[in-house]
Ligand binder design. Structure first.
Ligand code: NAD
Ligand code: TYD
Length: 350
């Protein structure tokens, strides 16, 4: 019997992890802890929120007393920590939010777990979900492995790198059982439309400009979000204690090539003439500190734990686009209100 605290479960990746665990493990209690920031949306979980093994706690990671209450109330045995400020562009606008949630929040959570589990730390696992962005940028060749030195370039990746170091330090110093995974760019249903793929799907639907940063030749390694959730499940149950696992899609795309595939698929699905959406492409001023290329070597998780992505990029993208076309109410709800102001500020004058 496990009582697992999943943080950030109302967000994009967290909601897929919560759904997977709630449905696959009826004997576990899954407690979703989330502050419901602009990125958190309980609508993401409405299909499972009545399940008997699911509980939601609206708590901020910065509130140490509330964290302690959650651990006590639910007798938490393990943690899967996803809650974070997660968007590079926002981190450029307000880095301190990232320091508070990603660094201070993670240390608060580590302290709470360490104290609550102190009778026998070896019986519990603290799983920290991180990003490949901690490794910095690659040139035209090479891949990030688990031993690539950290070299973060944005306030977001610097805050995630710091949180990874704290998790590592708690394993060394206090002998907590931890595991860290560093994953490449995710895409899929429920993705907040400020990141490339959902933003462009939304803009194509609404015939708005597609703002391509710089020369559009930046490269990312894309992974379907449900494959990430399955990787987290695999590592949680079978990963070696105090190890790091890189998770990636073996799926590199230059932004402009990926955007053209999206435009083609969407023209076909929307009954528009082929080439219509490509005309919305607008090159704008580059992001400061823009990392040229990310690419993951996922050999370790593949060889040691047998995990690999289950869908091709074209399949995953088609599922994703269909989901957004069928969930216009979700999209309208998240793009109204504060997000409209953010969008104006971010792209005005570029
Ligand atoms: P997200 O922004 O969609 O979700 C983050 C969630 O955390 C939201 O529900 C939000 O309400 C919650 N949250 C934020 N601050 C909080 C606080 N102070 N206290 C409690 N809850 C808080 O992010 P995501 O894309 O789902 O990413 C989840 C995790 O995976 C993050 O740690 C991120 O660094 C990591 N990651 C993301 C990607 C990606 O492509 N999105 C890739 C690799 C790793
Ligand atoms: P993003 O989805 O923000 O993820 P990350 O920065 O974490 O990789 O961006 C993916 C790529 O797309 C990145 O190279 C920046 C680029 N991009 C644009 O060209 N235009 C946009 O409007 C956005 C949001 C991103």
């Amino acid at each position: 019997m496990k009582n697992i605290l999943i943080t950030g479960g109302a967000g994009f990746i967290g909601s897929h992890v919560v759904r997977l665990f709630v449905n696959k493990y009826p004997n576990y209690k899954i407690v979703n802890l989330d502050a419901l920031t602009y990125a958190g949306n309980l609508e993401n979980l409405k299909d499972i929120d009545q399940s008997p093994n699911y509980k939601f706690e609206k708590v901020n990671l910065l509130d140490a007393d509330a964290l302690k209450t959650v651990f006590t109330t639910h007798n938490i045995t393990d943690v899967i920590h996803l809650a974070a400020e997660s968007h590079v562009d926002r981190s450029i606008l307000s880095p301190l939010d990232f320091v508070y949630t990603n660094i201070v929040g993670t240390v608060n959570l580590l302290n709470t777990a360490k104290e609550f589990w102190k009778a026998d730390l070896t019986k519990h696992l603290f799983y920290h979900v991180s990003t490949d962005e901690v490794y910095g940028a690659l040139g035209e060749t090479g891949l990030f492995t688990e031993t690539t030195p950290y070299s973060p370039n944005s306030p977001y990746s610097a805050s995630k790198a710091s949180s990874d170091h704290f998790v590592r330090a708690y394993a060394e110093t206090y002998h907590m059982n931890t595991v860290i995974s560093n994953c490449s760019n995710n895409y899929g249903p429920n993705h907040f439309p400020e990141k490339l793929i959902p933003l462009f799907i939304n803009n194509i639907i609404n015939k708005k400009p597609l703002p391509v940063y710089g020369d559009g030749l930046y490269t990312r390694d894309w992974l379907f979000v449900i494959d990430h959730a399955v990787a987290i499940d695999t590592i949680f149950h079978n990963g070696k204690i105090n190890e790091t696992y890189n998770i990636g899609g073996f799926n590199e795309w230059k932004n402009i090539d990926l955007i053209k595939v999206m435009c083609k698929q969407m023209d076909a699905k929307l009954g528009r003439s082929i080439g219509e959406s490509e005309q919305l492409i607008t090159y704008i001023k580059d992001r400061p500190g823009h990392d040229r290329r990310y690419a993951i070597d996922a050999t370790k998780i593949n060889k040691e734990l047998g995990w690999k992505p289950s869908v091709t990029f074209e399949e995953g993208l088609a599922i994703t686009i269909d989901w957004y076309l069928q969930n216009t109410e979700w999209l309208n709800n998240v793009t109204s209100g504060n997000y409209a102001n953010y969008y104006e500020n971010m792209y005005a004058g570029r």
